[in-house]
Design a protein around this ligand. Structure first.
Ligand code: PLP
Length: 398
């Protein structure tokens, strides 16, 4: 790999669209541009293509086509699920979620509390990032409208016990929403295998495209519409469909079984090699949530007392792309709320660096990362030992 090469290890932030996906969607940016709601033949062709994509995506997650609503992505899906899930349970106004959730859930829950629309209870996680099921059992009660938990954590990759959590919510008579954005394509996932009512998915995390996602709404769950002004998506999410994006979701759904297989073998082996060699070569590192069940593509490495953000910037100079947490919080001086929820002090919580791989990650990229990470850490430690600042600081990190 040349000096200018890139090691893209930030796939939990976004992924490269699969070539098969790009090929499938291109005609929808050129000749197949009709509005699927148009009555003419041209429109009815794209309507069929949208419905075919819905069927393919539904099949990939164990749902029926009629249970899939296309959205603009994970953030919208989470907002939709929390706000309309709450409205679907009149007489109940409590939302139970977890301190380590993605901001798309946490901030929506906080906004609902600030608006006076909901009372929010946050359950904790243990030191390995595993949700506290006893706390969930205690909080999910007859006042609870909705329980919302993530299937896999975006920062650490820790997998939550979704079946148990969903059963607890069902027992309390609450709706159960799972943010499955970081689980799809990484671990086997079937929305019917547990009492899941709502599930959020995002296209760009699984080699489809940005600006498209899906919300699973179990048959029998009646949500008020999310938008008004049209009848698309059965009146639940109105507005002219993002046809290229939806076609991308359908095409990627067909690739997911193969991606999943490669995740469990090739990607896991590369992640484990990166993690194992870093731990062997660099003293004072730890794998955050390393003892939890994790998705195969993610490792979150803690560097005691060193600022992860500064290491990230040093690595970026060598074309190594990684993250200190959720991409949307990059550049923020706040320590990771996920590591903080796991009980790490703010000094340590600023030390987590996330490397996330994909089915396209190569051995050469891992070699490149392994060549530069130990040197970057050593450089930072030297500066620290000499009493200097850990320059460069943030600003360029977006
Ligand atoms: N939920 C989780 C767990 C995520 O990791 C993300 C993105 O990082 C989202 C929701 C938001 O998804 P999107 O980028 O599609 O809005």
């Amino acid at each position: 790999m040349s000096e200018l090469a890139r090691a893209y290890l930030d796939n939990n932030a976004t992924t490269r669209p699969a070539p098969e996906v790009v090929e499938a969607l291109l005609p929808y940016l050129t000749e197949r541009y009709a509005n699927p709601s148009s009555m003419h033949l041209f429109g009815s062709e794209t309507r069929k293509d949208v419905e075919r994509a819905r069927e393919a995506f539904a099949a990939a997650v164990g749902a029926r086509a009629s249970e899939i609503v296309f959205t603009s992505g994970g953030t919208e899906g989470d907002n939709f699920a929390l706000r309309r899930g709450l409205a679907a349970r009149p007489g109940r106004r409590k939302i139970v979620t977890c301190a380590a959730e993605h901001p798309a859930v946490l901030d929506t829950a906080k906004a609902l509390a600030a608006e006076g629309a909901a009372e929010v209870a946050l359950v904790g996680v243990d030191a390995q990032g595993r949700v506290d099921l006893d706390a969930l059992r205690a909080e999910a009660d007859a006042r609870t409208a909705l329980v919302s938990l993530m299937w896999a954590n975006n920062e650490t990759g820790a997998v939550s016990p979704i079946s148990e959590a969903a059963a607890i919510a069902r027992e309390a008579g609450a709706l159960f929403h799972v943010d499955a954005v970081q689980a799809l394509g990484k671990i086997p996932l079937d929305v019917k295998a547990a009492p899941i009512d709502l599930a959020t998915f995002s296209g760009h995390k699984v080699h489809a495209t940005k600006g498209v996602g899906a919300l699973y709404v179990r048959r029998g769950v009646r949500l008020p519409g999310w938008t008004t002004g049209g009848r698309q998506e059965r009146g639940l999410r109105t507005g002219t469909e993002n046809v290229p994006g939806i076609v991308a979701m359908g095409r990627v759904a067909e690739l997911l079984p193969e991606h999943l297989e490669r995740m469990g073998t090739q990607v896991r082996a590369l992640r484990d090699r990166l993690e194992g060699e870093l731990l062997a070569r660099v003293p004072g590192l730890r794998v955050n949530a390393g003892e939890a069940e994790r998705v195969p593509n993610t490792t979150n490495i803690g560097f005691d007392l060193l600022e992860a953000q500064t290491i990230l910037l040093l690595l970026s100079e060598h074309g190594i792309c990684c993250s200190t947490g959720a991409a949307c919080s990059t550049g923020s001086p706040d320590p990771s709320h996920v590591l903080a929820a796991m009980g790490q002090s703010s000094e340590i919580a600023s030390g987590g660096l996330r490397f996330s791989l994909s089915v396209y990650t190569t051995e050469a990229e891992i070699d490149w990362a392994l060549r530069h990470i130990p040197a970057a850490v050593a450089k930072m430690r030297e500066i620290r030992a000499a009493g200097g600042r850990e320059a460069p600081r943030a600003g360029a990190a977006r």
